[in-house]
Design a binder for this molecule. Structure first.
Ligand SMILES: [Fe+2]
Length: 291
């Protein structure tokens, strides 16, 4: 399946961005910086979810990831959720993690001082979690742009362990440049931040989602990936998490970026159906060297 995605990083960063805004998806090989980020995330997850004193290295990366994947079944989901909450706070608060993100951008050819970024978010998809009401929003069919994210936004996604196509998430590729009925007109960024915010676990009755039978949206395209590989795609792609019935939890990290030159010039993915209000980019971070 991953043959559908490009693995060849263009030398010119603007060419990469242009191709992404035309709908191309890049699945890049793991590099030194992405594996460093992967290990740092496995480390903080191990510390707080497994509660074990062990140092994550290339040699035990897979063993630690396997223990984490089995952890909710062994120690109970409540413990895992509490550990995950600590990890989420740390990713927002500790500058080390922003630096690891920026090193990944360097490795992918982005000029860090030209990029606005949203901090790392580590996701855990629990076995059967998609059946729970609390996860209804994160399991919906959506474009990230329906949440007032910029049409110039590029999403980065990385698994912390090897994932099969069943373990990852899916794109509805044929809808990249064609409109889909949706509820994005109900989304106002300012109101969202005042009442809910991204870190909230509130169950919402309304949120931006496709207002169509998923079977009418065409073929779902998923992919397999190795730990530390990076998926780069336009925030305007229609996508959805795959249901997890594997018996194991799965771990990934993602972050979003916008290049300042693209905001200024209007270089962006086509807006075919996004009616959300506001601008999430205003809260994105800058490289601290540039503040
Ligand atoms: Fe998304």
């Amino acid at each position: 399946m991953s043959v559908l995605f490009s693995d060849d990083l263009p030398a010119d960063n603007e060419s990469l961005r242009r191709r992404i805004f035309q709908g191309e998806i890049f699945l890049l090989p793991a590099g030194a910086a992405s594996l460093c980020l992967c290990d740092a995330l496995l480390q903080i997850a191990s510390d707080n979810i497994l509660g074990e004193k062990q140092t994550v290295t290339a040699g035990n990366r897979q063993v630690v990831a396997a223990a984490l994947r089995a952890a909710p079944g062994r120690s109970g989901e409540e413990g895992a959720r509490a550990g995950h909450a600590i990890v989420k706070e740390a990713l927002l608060a500790e500058p080390t993690f922003d630096e690891l993100l920026l090193a990944v951008l360097d490795e992918c050819g982005f000029e860090r001082q030209e990029v606005l970024f949203d901090p790392l978010r580590m996701r855990i998809s629990y076995d059967g979690g998609y059946k729970e009401e609390i996860n209804r929003r994160s399991n919906s069919v959506h474009r990230d742009t329906w949440y007032a994210n910029s049409q110039s936004q590029i999403n980065f996604w990385m698994p912390l362990h090897d994932v099969s196509a069943a373990d990852a998430f899916s794109f509805y590729l044929k809808n990249f440049a064609s409109a889909v009925p949706n509820t994005s007109e109900q989304f106002d960024y300012d109101l969202w931040m005042k009442t809910t915010g991204w870190q909230s676990s509130m169950i919402l009755s309304t949120f931006p989602t496709a207002d169509a039978d998923p079977r009418s949206l065409g073929e779902r395209t998923s992919f397999s990936a190795r730990a530390g590989q990076l998926l780069l795609f336009s925030a305007s792609h229609l996508h959805q998490t795959n249901p997890n019935d594997s018996g194991l939890a799965r771990y990934s990290v993602d972050f979003r970026i916008v290049h300042r030159a693209d905001l200024a010039s209007g270089l962006a993915a086509p807006n075919v159906d996004n009616l959300s209000q506001g601008d999430a980019t205003r809260d994105y971070r800058k490289n601290s060297d540039d503040v």
